[in-house]
Design a protein. Structure first.
Length: 269
């Protein structure tokens, strides 16, 4: 799955490039999306007012009051450029804005919708609080964590607790908090809970400002994307030296999931 920093980078690109533009055409390149043709066609000549992200869903607010939604699969990403720069660029769905194009690769067919505000909100009911939401406070975090059993690794990858955090960022967050992923949640001290809360925010923000871990360029001349991949502290680094203490990074199994950690740094002290 795409994790939150990458989703947020895609949202930011779309907001920066597409807000204010008028849609002039949809071109469907993937057969699996052909059935959407007439529904999308109705949106030609509408303008995008605003772009938001609701967990995995990208939502275009259109000037006709409707919401155009879509989500990317794990390999999906957007690419924005002038039509003349598009040589060799593919995509499942292309949204044109006059002489500029947005190429959407890896869009999940079932996620594409043209919805009213009410339909959108109903579909998202009961969704957990996004870790980047202002309402995700230390108190909220403590409250949700206190209902959780099992290990830190399981808690950090629980979509009901932290939507958008998966295998990679859960390990990086645990490292930043200096807590082992196989610590039991019930054994965490107040300080450790707070350290995890801070690590969630700092890890996500650091990744976003460094371009996330996915290397695909999102526009011509994009030099930022994928930059966080070189800063990973533990994920995928089994046997390599810890950047903090020099010990070997270990790969362990926690409740059936693999987790990377530094046995020396992540003792919870
Ligand atoms: Zn270390």
């Amino acid at each position: 799955m795409l994790e939150l920093p990458e989703l947020e980078l895609y949202r930011a690109l779309l907001a920066e490039r597409c807000a204010g533009l008028r849609i002039t055409a949809f071109t469907i390149k993937n057969k699996a999306l052909k059935h959407l043709k007439s529904r999308l066609q109705e949106l030609v000549d509408t303008s995008i007012w605003f772009v938001e992200r609701r967990y995995r869903l990208i939502v275009f607010h259109l000037d006709n009051g409707k919401r155009l939604t879509f989500a990317f699969n794990e390999l999906g990403y957007p690419y924005f450029c002038a039509a003349e720069e598009a040589k060799g660029i593919k995509g499942d769905l292309i949204i044109s804005f006059g002489d500029k194009n947005l190429y959407l690769t890896g869009v999940e067919s079932e996620s594409i919708g043209v919805l009213s505000v009410k339909q959108l909100e109903e579909g998202l009911k009961g969704q957990a609080l996004d870790p980047l939401d202002k309402r995700f406070t230390p108190a909220k975090w403590n409250e949700s964590l206190s209902k959780k059993r099992g290990y830190v690794k399981s808690a950090l990858t629980d979509a009901k607790l932290l939507p958008g955090i998966g295998p990679l960022y859960s390990d990086e967050i645990a490292f930043a908090a200096r807590i082992s992923p196989n610590t039991k949640v019930s054994d965490l001290s107040g300080e450790q809970r707070e350290a995890l809360y801070k690590a969630i925010g700092s890890t996500i923000r650091q990744s976003i400002s460094s371009g996330g871990v996915k290397g695909q360029r999102l526009f011509p001349g994009d030099e930022l994307s994928g930059g966080f991949g070189e800063q990973l502290q533990v994920y995928g680094r089994e046997g390599e030296a810890c950047r903090r203490c020099g010990s070997e990074i270990a790969r362990i199994t926690v409740a059936g999931r693999k987790a990377y950690c530094c046995p020396q740094c992540q003792t919870g002290n």
